[in-house]
Design a protein around this ligand. Sequence first.
Ligand code: RP5
Length: 162
Amino acid sequence: MTAATVGIIMGSQSDWPTMKEAADLLDELGVTYEAKIVSAHRTPDRLWDYGKTAVNRGLQVIIAGAGGAAHLPGMMASKTRVPVIGVPVQTKALSGVDSLYSILQMPRGYPVATMAIGAAGAKNAGLLAAGILALQDPALAQRLDAWRDALSASIPDEPTDD
Ligand code: RP5
């Protein structure tokens, strides 16, 4: 089995439908990844171990999604120098604005690249991770360019009624 270059982590099983957007995108582009449930509040020891071993396990980017008091991406950024991309998962109570603010306002010194709320954010997290890896991987760069070209080509010139 090929080692994962991207770690997709999320606070709960309930985050998976959102975070699967990132996983599907990485599948499409042929990027190796792993997906794990790691909760800042419910499994803090798991979070600690994941961050402590991330560099040595060869992870190059971590995509971390959480909702509500979404401390996972920030805590992971505190524990490892592997770049962390944060995905604010949409919540029922506050529509994900709570998640967004929890992830966005990191103190100086520990950056998290924060995406949009929800599925679009998760998909863009996959694309951003692929873009980072493509800097050192010409074949992936070609696949990513082709993906972007195909998206552009799929946009019609004019709107239609149906
Ligand atoms: C967070 O709490 C998770 O990231 C999830 O978005 C939210 C709700 O979790 P569940 O109660 O659905 O497990 O830790």
